[in-house]
Design a protein around this ligand. Structure first.
Ligand SMILES: C[S@@+](CC[C@H](N)C(=O)[O-])C[C@H]1O[C@@H](n2cnc3c(N)ncnc32)[C@H](O)[C@@H]1O
Length: 260
C-alpha cells in the first residue's frame, strides 16, 4: 500500500517534517497527551512520524499508531525503537489506510491529530473513516477527538498568483545542512472545497517538493458527517487551550461520542 498524500514523494520528507518549528510549537501535543493519559489506551490515526505518539508512549500510555505513508511510519518506527523497552512494548504501529482498516480491537480514545482528515477529499472516504471508527474501533463510552483548521475566508478568497511564500526561515539541521521552506498555492477548487498546494523544502538550496491537497470543512459539514456516522458532538474547541470556537478561531477541535 502506498500513500497518495504526498508524504512519500521524497525519502527526505519525513525527516524534514520533524524539523519544521511551526509543527513542533503547535501546542497540540499537551492537549492530546492529557486525553491519552486519561484514557490509558489510545488509537492514533495518521500518526505520521510520531510527534504525538512518542510523547504518549513516554507518558505511560498504550498507543497504537496507524498511517498509510510507509516513509512517515518508518521514521516513527525508528523513534519507537529508541524508547526504553517498557515504553516501546506498549506501542504498536500499523501500516494501513485509515478509511479502511480492521484492528480487531476497540479503544477508549481515538485521536486524529494535526489534520489528517483534511487529506480525505471525498465524502465517501470521510464517512468510511468515521464509520470504521464508530462501528469497529471504539469501546462503549469511548471518544473520538480530531482537529482541522477553521477556514480563513479572507485567505480563501484571495486570488491564486503562483507566488512562493516562505513559511520557515532558514535554520540549521543537526547535521549542519541548511533548511528553509516555502509553499505555493496552485489551484483553489472551490467547488470541491479543496486547495492544491506544493510545499517546497530547500535543503542547502536544493528544492524537494511535496504535493499537498487540503480539503477544508466548515463546522456544520463536520457535524453532519459525524451524525451520519452515528456520532454526537459533545465539545467543539477553537484552540488547544480548550477555548470556545468563535469567528476568529484558527482551529476546530471536535470531541464526539457514539449517539445513545
Ligand atoms: C500532517 S501529518 C500529521 C502527522 C501526526 N499526526 C502529527 O501530528 O504530526 C498527516 C498524516 O496523515 C497521514 N495520512 C493521510 N491520509 C491518510 C490515510 N488515508 N490513512 C492513513 N494515514 C493518512 C499522512 O501520511 C501523514 O503522516
Amino acid at each position: 500500500m502506498s500513500s497518495d498524500t504526498g508524504y512519500d514523494a521524497d525519502p527526505e520528507l519525513p525527516e524534514l517534517y520533524d524539523h519544521i518549528p511551526m509543527y513542533n510549537s503547535r501546542g497540540d501535543v499537551n492537549f492530546y497527551l492529557d486525553l491519552c493519559r486519561e484514557a490509558g489506551e489510545v488509537l492514533e490515526l495518521g500518526c505520521g512520524t510520531g510527534r504525538v505518539l512518542v510523547a504518549a508512549a513516554q507518558a505511560g500510555c498504550a498507543i497504537t499508531g496507524l498511517d498509510n505513508s510507509p516513509r512517515m511510519l518508518a521514521r516513527c518506527r525508528a523513534k519507537v525503537d529508541q524508547l526504553p523497552s517498557l515504553e516501546r512494548d506498549r506501542t504498536a504501529l500499523v501500516h494501513a489506510d485509515m478509511t479502511n482498516f480492521q484492528l480487531a480491537r476497540r479503544f477508549k480514545l481515538v485521536i486524529v491529530p494535526f489534520r489528517p482528515i483534511q487529506h480525505l477529499t471525498g465524502t465517501r472516504e470521510q464517512l468510511s473513516l468515521l464509520q470504521c471508527i464508530h462501528q469497529h474501533h471504539l469501546q462503549p463510552g469511548g471518544r473520538l477527538v480530531f482537529d482541522v483548521f477553521n477556514p480563513n475566508l479572507a485567505l480563501l478568497a484571495a486570488p491564486v498568483n503562483g507566488e512562493e511564500i516562505e513559511d520557515t526561515p532558514e535554520l540549521t539541521l543537526p547535521d549542519g545542512r541548511r533548511l528553509r521552506r516555502s509553499y505555493r498555492v496552485l489551484q483553489k477548487r472551490y467547488a470541491d472545497q479543496c486547495t492544491d498546494c506544493e510545499l517546497i523544502y530547500y535543503v542547502d538550496n536544493r528544492p524537494i517538493m511535496q504535493p499537498l491537497t487540503m480539503r477544508y470543512f466548515f463546522r456544520f459539514e463536520l457535524e453532519h458527517l459525524l451524525a451520519r456516522s452515528g456520532f454526537e458532538v459533545i465539545a467543539l474547541y477553537g484552540g488547544f487551550d480548550a477555548e470556545p470556537f468563535t469567528n476568529d478561531s484558527a482551529e476546530m477541535i471536535f470531541t464526539a461520542v457514539p449517539q445513545q
